[in-house]
Design a protein around this ligand. Sequence first.
Ligand code: 4NP
Length: 162
Amino acid sequence: MTRILFVCLGNICRSPLAEGLFIDKLKIAGLEHKYKVDSAGTSAFHEGSLADPRTRENAERNGIKLLSRSRPFRKQDFVDFDLILTMDQSNFRNVKVWEPGFVEEIAEVKMMRDFDIQSRGADVPDPYYGGEKGFQNVFDILDRSTDELLKFLEGSSSNQSE
Ligand code: 4NP
């Protein structure tokens, strides 16, 4: 079982979409049973909320239904997940602040766009204060990045026990 956590600021725009896209790709590939997938926000501003209506509408137009509810990132996530993928540098730093020292089985923290072949390591731009174009741009970035992420994980996990 590989455990993946997507993290942004509010957990209502970028990370729930990354979660939904990745779960969709797992279903299509018949690999859902091999993964635990979740998302979280470095803030608790929107705790308990569904994804932003603009994110949900854009995702639905692209064939993805988002059902997750916002929850704050917690220190225990370092133990409960193997890989934490942050949407931007600010999320990355905020997650790293919580990283426990000298504990075994600690999640690796990476940037989501380390898996974007078009712009490695860049930020996934925050669409919250922008228009519809921003939401489609985020969708395209996360669609590419989650494709590459799955290829990477399936390529590197073929020798591990499930
Ligand atoms: P997210 O977008 O981090 O992709 O979920 C945001 C959502 C809400 C806020 C900022 C970013 N906010 O300031 O409330």
